[in-house]
Design a protein around this ligand. Structure first.
Ligand code: CTP
Ligand SMILES: C[C@](O)(CO)[C@H](O)COP(=O)(O)O
Length: 237
């Protein structure tokens, strides 16, 4: 296991999606919550973590809004053009990091669409992955889970071992890049970094996160995120 004393930590923020499920003209990462774009909340949370040395934001090729954000000029933030899928955008970020980050530096990948993450939880994840091959925030499912086929319940799934993966997900740079590239070469579609690391045989650590670390996906998620962020502003952890 590489030493953690010399390993720095970097963040990659995939922000190149089109937000199809949101159904808005504006990509959801730029939708305003109390006059501030979703992406700005997310970046402010990452900038509040002293251990994060720098942030790479992957934006869409046709993104016209990124440059309108004041944070686009932040000295700790650089930009890359994302790819067709989320994993491609993360790989573009890793490609940029390979120019200056060490192979065993930590890379924390966090969705632009998850502005409600608590800084304390990011720091807890960073603390707990030390000495491991990496891991992720996740929350145990609290609903009864049904398997559905053709609109009918075909089974009830035992939920005792089911957790919903969140972000950040945090792995060592070279290992994460190799795993994502291998997954792609194997034709494995991955929707998160941990899927690629599992495919590579890594024993990913799960750190329990909060249920309010939601991913803004559909219209109803926006007002929920607004309520969470307003609560955080009134009662910071
Ligand atoms: N090619 C892509 C697709 C997604 N993302 C980012 O990955 C995160 C999680 O993806 P998701 O919630 O699926 O966002 P979208 O792909 O924009 O949403 P949809 O699937 O509804 O289009 C988002 O911050 C999104 O901007 C990305 O950087 N590059
Ligand atoms: C990475 C993620 O947020 C973990 O739950 C999720 O997999 C992203 O999936 P999406 O389909 O790209 O939103």
């Amino acid at each position: 296991m590489p030493s953690d004393t010399s390993s720095r930590c970097w963040a990659i923020v995939p922000a190149a999606g089109c937000g199809a499920r949101m159904g808005s003209q504006t990509p959801k990462q730029y939708l305003p919550i109390d006059d501030k774009p979703v992406l700005a909340y997310t970046l402010e949370k990452l900038l509040a973590v002293p251990a994060i040395a720098g942030i790479v934001v992957a934006v869409g090729r046709d993104d016209t809004q990124w440059r309108t954000l004041a944070l686009a000029n932040h000295p700790k933030i650089q930009t890359v053009i994302g790819g067709a899928e989320r994993a491609d955008s993360v790989l573009q970020g890793l490609q940029a990091l390979s120019l200056f980050a060490g192979p065993t530096d930590w890379v924390l990948v966090h969705d632009a669409a998850r502005p409600c993450v608590q800084v304390a939880d990011i720091e807890r994840l960073l603390q707990q992955v030390r000495g491991t091959d990496g891991g992720l925030l996740a929350a145990p499912v609290s609903d009864t889970i049904k398997k559905v086929e053709a609109g009918r319940v075909s089974a009830t799934v035992d939920r005792r071992q089911l957790w919903a993966a969140q972000t950040p997900q945090c792995y060592r740079r070279q290992a994460l890049e190799a795993a994502l590239r291998e997954a792609s070469h194997s034709g494995l579609t991955v929707t998160d970094e941990t899927s690629a690391m599992e495919h590579a045989g890594v024993d990913a650590l799960v750190v329990e996160g909060r249920f309010d670390n939601i991913k803004i996906t559909r219209p109803e998620d926006l007002w929920l995120a607004q309520a969470i962020l307003r609560h955080q502003a009134e009662e910071p952890l």
